[in-house]
Design a protein. Structure first.
Length: 363
């Protein structure tokens, strides 16, 4: 008799992949209480569908990728024009690919859909394809199970499934225009939607600048996905937690000039993070930042200020000895009269280092 592991941890990991972040404790409890993990395991819901439910219920917990383009930057008309050219050139080439032409001819009869028809077409085609292909995953075979090949197929002697199992399937990702969000459905292996799924994956992998959802929409409608000349993405955490993990990412066309990149970066930093203060921090303030974080912010054991000053001075002496660095020896504080100044300077260095890292917006 085989024992079938529920595979709950794997389900949670796959949900988090579609979320693009880790789930909070409240979100994990929600998934369990609503039995959403069970519905994934028996093939009723896709992990993307559950991710969408979580985002709908826990909007404030989302680790967001907020995308803006430098088209909004003053005097960026030329860059916006180049973005349109880039977008069209990518679409022109994709539209001439044999697999795309074959799909449109064979399935759509050379008549593209309107964007508003996508959801209805997918539901109709899903019924036409029949029941989605699913398979059992994570099944533990008994130690005495006999496994062999018959007519080129794997054959396992019969055994009883006694516990919850996980059922998996192939899912097509597409864009739902009315909801303005990503959606997905399980497909029938070698059906029409499976053909669209494979083709959209190939297109997204080919050009590296489309998502699978955008590729599927392009195949069905001919709508051109926008390819930015310079795209700015802010990756931020909810309620400005973990500000050191906030990032500003630039995706840059190789034909961009240094001035283009510089102005885009400055605009994006100001747009998302406001006044970032000084971009450089002195070596002393870097050391004070780390010392303050370790011994005040993240330390469970509160030590006296005098003990901390003594430790700080020891660190300064050690570094001065290694480098014959007189400046560092001047960073020391008097363990009797300099306690207040030391704490003030360390706190100020720490807070200054975090300045400009908090997201200035609705995250």
């Amino acid at each position: 008799m085989a024992t079938i592991p529920i595979g709950q941890n794997e389900v949670f990991r796959e949900i988090e992949v579609d979320l693009g972040r880790s789930m909070s404790l409240e979100e994990l409890r929600y998934v369990e209480q609503e039995c959403l993990d069970c519905e994934i395991q028996i093939g009723i819901l896709t992990t993307q569908a559950v991710a969408n439910k979580i985002n709908g219920v826990f909007k404030s917990n989302q680790r967001k990728e907020i995308r803006k383009t430098v088209d909004n930057v003053p005097t960026a008309t030329a860059r916006a024009s180049r973005s349109r050219v880039n977008s069209s050139l990518v679409a022109y080439e994709a539209g001439t690919m044999k697999d795309v032409e074959d799909f449109r001819r064979d399935v759509l009869k050379s008549k593209l859909l309107d964007v508003g028809q996508i959801v209805a077409w997918i539901k109709y085609t899903q019924k036409k394809d029949g029941e989605p292909t699913r398979w059992l995953d994570g099944i533990e075979l008994p130690a005495d199970a006999k496994v062999g090949m018959i007519d080129g197929k794997l054959q396992v002697d019969s055994f009883l499934v006694t516990e919850a199992i996980k059922i998996k399937g192939f899912s097509l990702k597409y864009w739902e225009p009315e909801e303005n969000m990503s959606a997905s459905v399980y497909v029938t292996l070698e059906g029409i939607l499976d053909r669209l799924r494979i083709l959209s994956i190939k297109l997204a992998d080919w050009n590296k600048c489309w998502t699978q959802e955008q590729a599927a929409t392009f195949i069905l409608t001919g709508q051109t996905p926008w390819v930015e000349f310079i795209e700015i993405t802010a990756i931020v955490h909810p309620n400005n937690q973990h500000v050191m993990a906030n990032k500003l990412l630039l995706s840059i066309d190789p034909r961009s000039s240094v001035d283009d990149v510089t102005s885009a970066f400055k605009w994006g930093r100001r747009q998302f993070f406001g006044d970032t203060g000084k971009s450089r921090t002195s070596e002393k303030n870097q050391m004070l930042t780390l010392f303050y974080a370790k011994n005040w912010v993240y330390s469970a054991n509160k030590r006296s200020r005098r003990d901390l000053v003594v430790e700080w001075n020891k660190i300064c002496d050690e570094i001065s000895g290694w480098n014959n660095h007189r400046t560092i020896s001047d960073w020391k504080y008097d363990p009797n009269t300099g306690l207040g100044n030391f704490q003030r300077d360390a706190k100020s260095a720490y807070e200054s280092y975090l300045t400009g890292r908090s997201f200035k917006g609705d995250a």
